[in-house]
Design a protein. Structure first.
Length: 524
C-alpha cells in the first residue's frame, strides 16, 4: 500500500526569528535557514514548518500580517524564499508555511480601507458592530486579556479582535473574504510550497448573533460563541478541496479548542484537513508513564480508522519540555520523551532546539518582547522563554548571530549546543538523529498499527505491528531500576536503545529496566 508522504513523517518547526541570523542584525532570517539546511538534512526530518514570514508590523511577531503575498524585509526577500524552497527541495526536505487567516494586521490595506467608512467596498470584510450604549456588544475577551472589542473613532463602531487590538478579525461570513483567502493559498501553492499550517483555524466564524459567552468558576469565560462554530468546517472543506488539486500537499490545523481531541478529530474527517495538532501531550501535568499512556489511549480509540493522528511535545507558545517536566538534570528523561514521540503511530513534530534539550529561559521584564508576556505580566511569564535563539555553539551569542540577538541566548549554551552534541555519540541530538533514521527505514514504525500493552506511573510499553513485523517499545519514566512487567514469553533483540547495545537478546518476561530506559526490541 502506498501512503502519502506525511503519514509517519517527522516535521521540524522553525521559529525564523530565532534559528540563524545571516545578516548580523540579531534576528534570524531566510538566508540563515538556508545556510542550516545541511544540518536539517543531517538530522533526517522530512519537512520544515516555518512560523510566519510575511510582511508584518510584528506586534505579534508575524501573526499580524499586513501583506500575505510578500516576505517581511526582516526575514529577507521573495527571492530569498524561493532560493530556500529550491535548496530544501534539492535536499529532499519539504517546506510548510504558516497561514494566519482568522485576523490580519490593523495595518493591512484591507483593514485600512474597511475602517475608513461604512460604505467602502471592504466595509464588511471585518466584524464591525455598533455595540450597546456606552459599551461593547458582548462580553467576549481577547486571549491576550481585556475586551475583544476595540472602538474605532473613524467608523464610530467597534471591531472584533480575539488577540491584540492590532489584529482585527476577518469576517468570514462575507464570501469575498473566503474568495481572497483561497486565492492567496493558491498563490503559494503555485510557488511550490508543500503545505500549510493554518493558525487558529477553528476561530474563523463567530456566532452570528454575537451572544455572550457563559462565565465559569473564577470568572473565566467558556469560549462557546467565538470559536468552534459549525460554519468553519464548511470553509475548511473549501480550503482542502483547493489544496488537493495539487499533488502531495499537506494541510495542518491549529485547533485551539476546549474540546481537545474531539475537535481535532472533527477537523480531520474525510474532506477536511489532513492533520490537526494534538496538543494533549503538552497538557500532561507530570512526567509519568500513565499520564502519557492516557493521551495515547484516547487518541488511538478516537482516531483509529477515521483520521491520521499526530503528536507534538512543544511549540512556540509552550514552555520548553525539558523545563516543563523538570528534566534539566536528566538528558535520559528527555530521550524517553523523544522515543515516545518518534515511535507512536502518527506524524511527529519537533520544535527547534528540542533535539538538543534547550530549556525555558528566564527573560527579565525589561527584555520581554511577547505581547502576551507584557499584557499578562507578572501573572503569566509569556512565550519568550521558549523562543530564544538556537544554540549552535558555546560562543558569546550561541553561534546564532554576530551581534546581540533580539532575545537573550540561554545561559546554558556552553553545555547545550549543536556543535558539542554532534560530537557526542550518546547525546540527545544523536539519539534523535538515530531514531529518526531508524523510523524512516522501518515501515512498522511509520505506518504500523499500535497495540498498547501496559502502563504504570513508571513504565509504558506498546507494540507496533505491520504485516509480519513487530517492534516492542519499552519506556521507563522513573529514575530507578524497575521490572518491565511484561508477560511476553519470547526472546527479543535490541534494535535501538539509550542504555543497551543493539543486538543484545533478552527474555522479555524477565526484563528489568534501567533508570530512564527507552528501548526498542524486535522479535525473531
Amino acid at each position: 500500500m502506498e501512503y502519502p508522504w506525511w503519514k509517519g513523517a517527522v516535521i521540524y518547526q522553525i521559529y525564523p526569528r530565532s534559528f540563524y541570523d545571516s545578516s548580523g542584525d540579531g534576528i534570524g532570517d531566510l538566508k540563515g535557514i538556508a545556510e542550516k539546511l545541511d544540518y536539517i538534512q543531517w538530522l533526517g526530518v522530512d519537512a520544515i514548518w516555518l512560523s510566519p514570514i510575511f510582511k508584518s508590523p510584528m506586534v505579534d511577531f508575524g501573526y499580524d500580517v499586513s501583506d500575505y503575498r510578500d516576505i517581511d524585509p526582516i526575514f529577507g526577500t521573495m527571492e530569498d524564499f524561493e532560493l530556500l524552497l529550491e535548496e530544501a527541495h534539492r535536499r529532499g526536505i519539504r517546506v510548510i508555511l504558516d497561514q494566519v487567516y482568522n485576523h490580519t494586521s490593523d495595518q493591512h490595506p484591507w483593514f485600512l480601507e474597511s475602517k475608513s467608512s461604512r460604505t467602502n467596498p471592504k466595509a464588511d470584510w471585518y466584524i464591525w458592530v455598533d455595540g450597546k450604549p456606552g459599551k461593547p456588544p458582548n462580553n467576549w475577551q481577547s486571549f491576550f486579556g481585556s475586551s475583544a472589542w476595540q472602538w474605532c473613532e473613524e467608523r464610530k463602531q467597534y471591531y472584533l479582535h480575539l488577540f491584540t487590538k492590532e489584529q482585527p478579525d476577518l469576517n468570514w461570513r462575507n464570501p469575498q473574504v473566503k474568495e481572497v483567502v483561497l486565492d492567496t493559498i493558491d498563490f503559494w501553492l503555485k510557488k511550490g510550497v508543500d503545505g500549510f499550517r493554518f493558525d487558529v483555524v477553528n476561530m474563523f466564524y463567530k456566532d452570528a448573533r454575537l451572544r455572550d459567552n457563559p462565565i465559569g468558576e473564577g470568572g473565566w469565560q467558556h469560549n462557546i460563541f467565538n470559536i468552534d462554530r459549525p460554519e468553519t468546517l464548511l470553509a475548511v472543506e473549501d480550503i482542502q478541496e483547493l489544496v488537493e488539486k495539487y499533488p502531495e500537499r499537506l494541510t495542518i490545523g491549529e485547533v485551539a479548542s476546549p474540546s481537545g481531541l474531539y475537535a481535532y478529530l472533527e477537523y480531520t474527517k474525510p474532506g477536511r484537513l489532513n492533520l490537526a495538532f494534538n496538543f494533549e501531550f503538552m497538557n500532561v501535568p507530570n512526567f509519568s508513564a500513565s499520564a502519557f499512556m492516557k493521551v495515547v489511549e484516547q487518541t488511538e480509540s478516537l482516531f483509529r480508522g477515521v483520521s491520521w493522528p499526530c503528536y507534538v511535545l512543544g511549540n512556540h507558545d509552550t514552555r520548553r519540555l525539558r523545563s516543563r517536566y523538570s528534566l534539566e538534570d536528566s538528558i535520559e528523561g528527555c530521550k524517553v520523551l523523544a522515543t515516545l514521540l518518534l515511535t507512536l503511530r502518527g506524524t511527529a513534530f519537533i520544535y527547534y532546539g528540542e533535539e538538543i534539550g534547550m530549556e525555558e529561559a528566564v527573560i527579565p521584564y525589561e527584555e520581554i518582547q511577547d505581547p502576551e508576556g507584557k499584557n499578562l505580566w507578572p501573572d503569566k511569564p509569556g512565550r519568550d522563554g521558549c523562543r530564544t535563539p538556537m544554540q549552535w555553539d558555546d560562543s558569546e551569542y550561541g553561534g546564532f548571530s554576530s551581534v546581540k540577538p533580539w532575545l537573550p541566548v540561554n545561559k546554558n549554551k556552553v553545555e547545550v549546543n549543536v556543535k558539542k552534541e554532534m560530537n557526542q555519540h550518546d547525546s540527545l541530538l544523536n539519539h534523535y538523529r538515530s531514531l529518526i533514521k531508524f523510523r524512516k527505514s522501518n515501515p512498522v514504525l511509520k505506518w504500523g498499527k499500535l497495540k498498547l500493552l501496559n502502563s504504570s506511573d513508571e513504565v509504558l510499553s506498546y507494540m507496533r505491528l505491520y504485516g509480519d513485523e513487530k517492534i516492542l517499545v519499552v519506556l521507563n519514566f522513573s529514575e530507578r531500576e524497575i521490572n518491565a512487567g511484561l508477560e511476553l514469553l519470547e526472546n527479543a533483540r535490541v534494535v535501538h536503545s539509550n542504555v543497551r547495545n543493539s543486538g543484545e537478546v533478552h527474555s522479555i518476561d524477565k526484563l528489568k529496566l534501567f533508570p530512564y530506559e527507552a528501548t526498542l526490541f524486535e522479535f525473531f
